[in-house]
Ligand binder design. Sequence first.
Ligand code: 13P
Ligand code: SF4
Length: 330
Amino acid sequence: MIQEEWKKNGFVTEPVPAGVDLKAEIRRMCQEKNAVIMAHYYTEGIIQDVADFIGDSLALAQKAAKTDADIIVMCGVHFMGETSKILCPEKVVLVPDLNASCSLAESCPADEFSAFVKEHPEHVVISYVNTTAATKAVTDVVVTSSNARQIVESFPKDTPMIFGPDQNLGGYINEITGRNMVLWNGACHVHAKFSVEKILQLKAEHPGAKVLAHPECKGPVVKLADKVGSTAALLKYSLADEATEFIVATESGILHEMQKGAPEKTFIPAPPEDSTCACNECNYMKMITLQKLYNTLKYEWPAIEVDVEVAEKAVRPINKMLEISAQLGL
Ligand code: 13P
Ligand code: SF4
């Protein structure tokens, strides 16, 4: 029986028994329950290390759609759990802390986005995967930062389009594709905080370093980057490129896999503009702790639920994205 206390807090508040090898127990429970742990690159290193699969938003959705596990534990933010649940309604999808939201998804309330869509009849509606299920339900095609360019370009050049919620990603896609999509004015509170000034300061200290930036960063930051891409694309580039130093303008959790893949290289996190912190972290991603993951598997709670009618509508644009991505070999 779920205790009221858990519901109030959004995660299992039961203390973890002392002396337990959490990693070993987590792996044992996965085996016993036929559960799979998926983790986004922004989660704590310890979470990435215990996961079955680590990926960017596209890879996590693709993996969820194909898994034969009975339980998916999504170590990431709420919309990632929702996407998995929408794709696999018959499975149990757990997110260790329901408070793990996303400022971008929150910047696009479904009712307001719906009104925006109505104001632009005849427009194809493209939504970034960082949206709630209800916002996806009024969308034609979902995209991630891995496939946004190719999906937008799969429509004839003169197609009128709306892009939401990230104005930075939307602006970047408009620029590289020569489109003129109407943009929703949302942003991510982490990526919006990178500044040209602080990155140039780091460049002065590390003249040979290449700059890697996620397209959710503001336009001027993206412009000075040597590589712009999704978390997976930035990781791949950093491991393959001949440079030995990289300034990384995305959430600092990605440095874990970068450093693991290339221990001889130096990865420098770009700091947020408004603080003295060295790294820029997503407080939502960091809500996923090993203790919460252990309890989630043990009690199989909290499970993601999506309203059936909303899910029926939201699954179409997600599947459309997966279909186009498969056709394009992404
Ligand atoms: P990726 O799809 O590139 O991993 O990005 C997800 C995200 O939330 C970026 O802030
Ligand atoms: Fe959302 Fe930004 Fe966190 Fe990514 S980094 S999950 S966009 S709040």
